[in-house]
Design a protein around this ligand. Structure first.
Ligand code: MG
Length: 383
């Protein structure tokens, strides 16, 4: 009943999924990947994405992207690319919506600070944390911890992973050891993520005033799209011109990705997911487009992510995360009871377990919750 006849033979078919960690009866009205997506949408980690920073801290403005709107944009792009390539739209949607669930408050600043705090306890990495959220931390079902998602969704969530961590992750870590590929759906979602953030960060950067269009016009990629807009709509300006420019950039990236991937798929000619796994990466930009994307990324790094006003926020965010970690480590009794390791003694294992619980607690916070918690613990007027 759910045989997806429009799917290519090399797509991930839910009927041949490697399955869930805990076996469950099939749902009778949804495929396994639809069910994964639905579980993700109902999770509490997903709701928290609304109040987590993408680049701009949540309270800086109502119009900037948050992790939630970013994830929705990734899902939209991934679905439309998947449809063109006859890949599984439900799977790319599930991976997209879950890919950032493990992000700390305050974006990369929060992750870097938490990683530094966790240095002697195996570190902190948001990809691994996203997997940990769906495998362990969500508490919604009677039979198991986590959301019990299919192998293919979990594999897609784990975009990168160090060899040391891969060795501890079982089946989902194996590809990093064997250097094999994930499904085309996972490869695709990874690049849809890149298209989404490069473009929406330009949009948000311009809206915030931290990026100025004169500088962007020095980039061929932006200038080319901008020229097209001016030629099509003489006299157009302001937000409308920016939106028209950005949608053209997105279109160029997406079209290039579809075309190049089609060619690569035709060259490799896989006939099943197993063959896809054993071959080279097939979802890719052309070399020329990859170069343009790299220049764009570099521009954003220099002009937006390292803008002095962003640096100030980054510095403050790191302080909040570091101080929360330090006070909870020094006094675990300040933690909510669920996060305290009781009766475990004071050995190294107990210390590591407690540190991991603190990292889980902090990583799960939204920006505003972290700020409030910091006030409650450090401001003498707050109780
Ligand atoms: Mg992302």
């Amino acid at each position: 009943m759910f045989a997806n006849s429009h799917l290519a033979s090399y797509a991930a078919h839910s009927l041949t999924s490697r399955g869930r960690r805990f076996s469950e009866p099939k749902a009778n009205s949804r495929t396994d990947y639809q069910r994964d997506r639905d579980r993700i949408i109902h999770s509490s980690a997903f709701r928290r994405l609304e109040y987590k920073t993408q680049v701009f801290v949540n309270h800086e403005g109502d119009l900037f992207r948050t992790r939630l709107t970013h994830s929705l944009e990734v899902a939209q792009l991934a679905r439309s690319i998947a449809r063109n390539l006859h890949l599984n739209e439900d799977l790319v949607e599930a991976i997209s919506l879950a890919h950032d669930l493990g992000h700390t408050p305050f974006g990369h600043a929060g992750q870097d600070a938490l990683n530094a705090c966790m240095k002697e306890f195996d570190g902190f990495e948001h990809n691994l944390q996203s997997l940990r959220v769906v495998d362990t931390l969500e508490e919604r079902y009677g039979l198991f911890d986590g959301l019990n998602l299919t192998f293919e969704t979990r594999e897609g969530i784990l975009k990168h992973c160090s060899l040391t961590h891969a060795l501890t992750l079982g089946d989902v870590g194996r590809r990093f050891i064997e250097k094999s590929q994930p499904t085309l759906e996972a490869q695709l979602t990874n690049l849809a993520d890149e298209i989404a953030y490069n473009n929406h960060d330009i949009d948000d950067g311009l809206r915030s005033g931290l990026l100025v269009e004169e500088r962007l016009l020095e980039l061929d990629f932006y200038a080319h799209a901008h020229r097209e807009v001016i030629d099509t709509y003489p006299g157009i300006n302001g937000r409308r011109a920016i939106s028209e420019t950005i949608r053209r950039m997105i279109n160029r990236l997406v079209s290039d990705l579809i075309q190049t991937s089609e060619q690569r798929i035709a060259e490799f000619a896989p006939t099943s997911v197993d063959e896809v796994r054993a071959m080279g990466p097939m979802i890719a930009f052309s070399e020329a487009m990859q170069q343009e994307a790299t220049v764009l990324k570099q521009f954003l790094r220099e002009n937006l992510y390292r803008h002095y006003l962003v640096n100030r926020m980054t510095s403050k965010a790191k302080t909040v995360v570091r101080q929360l970690f330090e006070i909870f480590s020094a006094e675990p009794a300040l933690l909510p009871p669920d996060y305290q390791i009781m009766n475990m003694g004071i050995g190294d294992a107990a210390k590591a377990l407690q540190a991991r619980k603190i990292a889980d607690y902090i990583a799960g916070m939204t920006d505003r919750y972290a700020i409030r918690e910091h006030c409650r613990l450090f401001s003498i007027e707050e109780f």
